[in-house]
Ligand binder design. Structure first.
Ligand code: ADP
Ligand code: MG
Length: 221
């Protein structure tokens, strides 16, 4: 489904050029669940950003169904990302002024769904993550686990094929993070969702199909 080929990323800083990713190769099958583990600063978040087309590489490619996403124009890449990829971050990045329902409607509205359609889609996925009783709550009125479930619902409202989660449970207590993990299991089983999750937790990693380890910008063989 996804082929990462010789993917490299350099950043230019005051102290010169930093090589953050060094010729990373990775193949991801449809429906596969992969954990990415490694020390802080190893390049995990940078890899996730490139996998999701949030940033462009210095060299190399990311192929989805044999198409290099970095050959798309900025506009095409935005549209592709909106429809094909869901993101969940450690800090949920929900918009504080908007309700759970409105936050989850956002990707659908960006994709030009009508307000009514977006409401239906958002209501369904919020129900699926067990938050049908919290539709009108703003993020500040929700617990940490509920906020993360709203973020997950937002990432899934467009029915993406790939979910990229960067330390999604890093901020949660273990009971709450178990709930998030159970939800990931269910989404995988029901939708054949492909999942790449960055985690520091051995417990999270053990629940995935495969664990890849990153050291200093490279994936361990
Ligand atoms: N925009 C940037 N500019 C310069 N350096 C960066 C930038 N983003 C990340 N880095 C550096 O790249 C390295 C890897 O960062 P990151 O991918 O966030 O690692 P991880 O998620 O594994 O902790 C770090 O040394 C970080 O300081
Ligand atoms: Mg990181």
């Amino acid at each position: 489904m996804i082929a990462v080929r010789a993917l490299s990323k350099n950043f230019t800083t005051d102290r010169g050029i930093v090589e953050v990713l060094k010729e990373v190769d990775l193949d991801i099958r449809a429906g596969e669940r992969i954990a990415v583990v490694g020390a802080s600063g190893a390049g995990k978040t940078t890899l996730m950003h490139l996998l999701g087309g949030l940033d462009r590489p210095s060299s190399g490619s990311v192929l989805f169904a044999e198409k290099d996403i970095f050959q798309y124009s900025a506009q095409e890449l935005d549209a592709f990302r909106n429809r094909s990829i869901g993101f969940v971050f450690q800090f949920h990045q929900l918009l504080p002024e908007f309700t759970a329902l409105e936050n989850v409607m956002m990707p659908a509205l960006i994709a030009r769904s009508t307000k009514k359609e977006a409401e239906v889609m958002a209501g369904e996925i919020l129900t699926a993550v067990g938050l049908d009783h919290r539709l009108d709550h703003k993020p500040g009125q929700l617990s940490g686990g509920e906020q993360q479930r709203v973020a997950m619902a937002r990432s899934l409202v467009m029915s993406p094929k790939l979910l990229l989660a960067d330390e999604p449970t890093g901020n949660l207590d273990s009971g709450t993070s178990d709930g998030i993990l159970a939800l990931l299991d269910r989404l995988h089983d029901e939708r054949n969702l492909t999942i790449v999750v960055v985690t520091h937790s051995e417990k999270v990693a053990a629940r995935m199909d495969r664990v890849v380890r990153m050291t200093d910008g490279r994936l361990d063989p």
